[in-house]
Write a protein that binds this ligand. Sequence first.
Ligand SMILES: NC(=O)c1ccc[n+]([C@@H]2O[C@H](COP(=O)([O-])OP(=O)(O)OC[C@H]3O[C@@H](n4cnc5c(N)ncnc54)[C@H](O)[C@@H]3O)[C@@H](O)[C@H]2O)c1
Length: 268
Amino acid sequence: MGRVQNKVALVTGGASGIALSTAHLLANEGAKVVIGDFNIEGAEKVAKSIVSRGGVATAKFLDASNAESIKEAVDYTVETFGKLNVLFNNVGVTNINKDLDVVNIDLGEWDRIMNVNAKSVLLGSRYAIPHMVEAGGGSIINTASMGGVASDAIRTAYGASKAAVVNLTKYIATQYGKDYIRCNAVAPGLILTPAAESNMSEAVLDIFKKYNALPYNGEPDDIGYTVLFLASDESKYITGQTIEVEGGHYIANPTIADSNAFINSQDK
Ligand SMILES: NC(=O)c1ccc[n+]([C@@H]2O[C@H](COP(=O)([O-])OP(=O)(O)OC[C@H]3O[C@@H](n4cnc5c(N)ncnc54)[C@H](O)[C@@H]3O)[C@@H](O)[C@H]2O)c1
C-alpha cells in the first residue's frame, strides 16, 4: 500500500524541476497523476517515464496564466481518473532582467508575475475545491518560496506574489477546512532545478551553499518528499502552514559571520 494509494493528483508545471520530481514520488506511492504544463512534450515525456516504471500518469496542456486552461486541466483530471484528491499548484515564474527593485521594476512584468504565480493558485483551487468537496476532502499544496518570506535586492514581484501564496494558503485552509480540505504551502530555498541553474552562475550557487546550515544546495526531491507528505493522510491534521525547506539557509542571525570575525580579531 503506497502512502498516497489511489489518490488522484494534478501537478502543475510537472514537465521540469520540483514538480517533475514530485510527480514521480506521488506515482511511486500509488497516486494517479496528471502532469499539467504548457510544455506538453515535456509533460508527456514525464508521464511516459512514470508509466514505464509501472505507475499511472497522463499529461495535459495547462497554461497557468489562463483561467480556462486551468479549469480544463482540473476537469480533465476528474474525467480521466474519476475524482480529484490532490492539487499541487506549483507553477511560478520570474524574470531577473525585468523583475527588479521597486523603482526600476517593469510594471507589465509585475502584472504577469502576479497573474502566473498568485492568481493561478487562486484559480486552480477555485476549480478543484468543488470536486474535492464531492470526494469528501482533499489536499491542496502550493509552491511558495523563501522569496515570499524574506526580501531580496531584486525580484520584487516574485517575492510579493509568493507572499500572496503564503497567505492565500491560510485563506483556503480557513474557508474549506470544514469540508476536510487541507491547504498547505512549501517554501523552497534554492533548489537545483533547470530554472535556478539557468538564472545563477556557479559562483552564486557556491555563495548560497556557504550560507546554508547543511553543506549542500537543495535538490528537487527535497521539496517532492515534503509535498508527498502533505498530499498523504500522514499530514491529516496539518493545514494553513507553509513549510520552509531551505537547508537552514535563513535560520541564523545574518550578522553571525561578521560578528565571529570581529570577536576573533579582538581575541588576538
Ligand atoms: N528552484 C528554486 O530554487 C526555487 C526556489 C523557490 C521556489 N521555487 C518555485 O518552485 C516552482 C517550480 O520551480 P522549478 O525550479 O521547478 O522550475 P522549472 O523551470 O524547473 O519548472 C517549471 C515548470 O513550469 C512550467 N511552466 C512555466 N510557466 C508555465 C505556465 N504559465 N503554465 C504552465 N506551465 C508553466 C515550465 O514549462 C516548467 O516545466 C516555482 O513556483 C518556483 O517559483 C523554485
